[in-house]
Design a protein around this ligand. Structure first.
Ligand SMILES: NC(=O)C1=CN([C@@H]2O[C@H](COP(=O)(O)OP(=O)(O)OC[C@H]3O[C@@H](n4cnc5c(N)ncnc54)[C@H](OP(=O)(O)O)[C@@H]3O)[C@@H](O)[C@H]2O)C=CC1
Ligand SMILES: CC(=O)N[C@@H](CCC(=O)OP(=O)(O)O)C(=O)O
Length: 327
C-alpha cells in the first residue's frame, strides 16, 4: 500500500453512481480503494462487474454492506438508493469521512451540502457531506450567479429538464427499459419530484427571498448520460449582464464553464464539468438560463470526488482533470 494514500471505500459499487466513483478513484493520485460493498453483488469480484478494470483492483471482492465490519478506511462513498442509507450511515464511526451520493442527507442536520463550486468553504475539512441531486447540480449552478446578483426573481423560476436514462440507475427505475425509452420522450414527476425541496432551499439561501413559485418538470430522453436544464426566469437584465455575472462568479472555478452559445449534453460527458449560458430580453422581463452536466459526473460521482478532495485537504481537481468524451 502506498504510504501517502487515503484509504477509500465505496458502498453501492455495482451501481451506476458507485461504478463511476470507482472509475474516478482508479485514476486518482491519492485515493486507494480498499473496500467495496453492496447487497446482491456481495461475494463477486470487481472484475465480474467491470471487465476493463486493471489489476490489482480487479480482484477486490465485494463485501456485504455493514458499518460494523468496515476495514480501516479514511473515507466512504455511499451510493445507495435514496431512503436506504441513513440508518446504516449513522453507525459509521466518526473518524471515517462520508460522501453520500444518494438523497438521504441533503440539507440534513450535521451534513454539509456539497455544492462544491458554490460553497467550497462549507465543505473543506468536513466529515459528512451530502452530494446534491443530479438535476439540482445542473439547475443550481446555472441559477447561482443570477440569484447572488439579484438579476432574477427567486419566486418565479420554471425548470424544464432533460435527463439520460442512466439517471434512473442500473435497474432503470422501473419503467425505463430500452424498448420503452428508445425513440421516446417521457415527462415524469410533475409537481412533486424529490429534488424540489433541495432546490427551494438553495434558491432561498442564494437569494434571501422565497422560492414559492418554483416549477420543475424532468423528461427522460433516449440517451445514456447527460442532463440539460432550461430555466425560465423573470428579470429585466441583459444577456451580456448575465454572462458577465456568471464569468465573475465562477472566475475561480475549474469545473464551471460559462459559454456564449447554448451548451449541449455531450460537452460534459464523462467529466466533472458543468456548462452554463444565458439569454435575456429586458423588454419581455425574461431571462433564460441553461445548465449542462453529466448526471454521473458533476451530477453524482464527479462532484462526490471533488467534495472528497475538499474534505481531505487535497486540490479539488485531483483525479478529475481528464477531458470529456467526444463524440
Ligand atoms: N444515476 C445517477 O445519475 C444518479 C444517482 N444518484 C443517486 O445515487 C444513488 C445510487 O444510484 P445509482 O447508482 O444510479 O443506482 P443503481 O441502482 O445503479 O445502484 C444501486 C446500488 O445500491 C446497492 N444497494 C441497493 N440496496 C442495497 C443495500 N440494502 N445494501 C447495500 N447495497 C445496496 C446495489 O448493490 P447490489 O448490486 O450489490 O445489490 C447497487 O450497487 C441513488 O441514491 C441515486 O438516487 C444521484 C445522482 C445521479
Ligand atoms: C432518470 C431518473 O430517474 N433520474 C432520477 C434522478 C437521479 C438522482 O439524482 O437521484 P437522487 O436524488 O435520489 O440522488 C430521478 O429523477 O429521480
Amino acid at each position: 500500500m502506498n504510504q501517502m494514500s487515503i484509504r477509500i471505500g465505496i458502498v453501492g459499487i455495482s451501481g451506476f453512481g458507485g461504478g463511476e466513483a470507482l472509475r474516478l478513484i482508479a485514476g486518482h493520485p491519492s485515493f486507494e480503494l480498499v473496500y467495496a460493498a453492496g447487497e446482491g453483488s456481495a461475494g463477486s469480484k470487481l472484475i465480474d462487474h467491470f471487465p476493463g478494470l486493471p489489476e490489482p483492483l480487479a480482484e477486490l471482492v465485494i463485501e456485504t454492506w455493514s458499518p460494523e465490519t468496515l476495514p480501516a478506511i479514511d473515507l466512504l462513498f455511499a451510493s445507495l438508493p435514496t431512503g436506504t442509507s441513513a440508518e446504516a450511515l449513522a453507525r459509521v464511526p466518526n473518524h471515517v469521512k462520508i460522501v453520500d451520493i444518494g438523497g438521504d442527507h441533503r440539507y440534513a442536520d450535521g451534513w454539509a451540502y456539497g455544492l462544491a463550486d458554490v460553497w467550497p468553504e462549507l465543505i473543506r475539512g468536513q466529515s459528512r457531506v451530502a452530494n446534491p441531486g443530479c438535476f439540482p447540480a445542473a439547475s443550481q449552478l446555472a441559477l447561482a450567479p443570477l440569484l447572488a446578483n439579484n438579476l432574477i426573481e427567486p419566486a418565479n423560476i420554471v425548470i424544464d429538464a432533460k435527463t439520460g436514462i442512466s439517471g434512473a440507475g442500473r435497474g432503470g427505475g422501473g419503467g425505463f427499459a430500452y424498448a420503452a425509452s428508445n425513440e421516446n420522450l417521457v415527462p415524469y414527476g410533475l409537481l412533486q419530484h424529490v429534488h424540489m425541496p433541495e432546490m427551494v432551499t438553495t434558491i432561498e439561501r442564494l437569494s434571501g427571498g422565497p422560492a414559492t413559485g418554483l416549477v420543475f418538470t424532468p423528461h427522460l430522453v433516449p440517451m445514456t448520460r447527460g442532463i440539460l436544464v432550461t430555466l425560465y426566469c423573470r428579470g429585466t437584465t441583459t444577456t451580456h449582464a448575465c454572462l458577465d455575472a456568471a464569468r465573475s462568479y465562477y472566475a475561480q472555478s475549474t469545473f464551471v464553464r460559462v459559454t456564449d452559445n447554448p451548451p449541449q449534453t455531450k460537452w460534459a460527458s464523462g467529466s466533472n464539468l458543468a456548462f452554463v449560458s444565458y439569454a435575456a430580453d429586458p423588454a419581455r422581463n425574461l431571462v433564460i438560463a441553461l445548465g449542462v452536466v453529466d448526471n454521473l459526473g458533476k451530477g453524482a460521482a464527479g462532484q462526490a470526488v471533488q467534495n472528497a478532495n475538499l474534505m481531505c485537504g487535497l486540490s479539488e481537481t485531483d483525479g478529475l482533470q481528464s477531458m470529456p468524451i467526444w463524440p
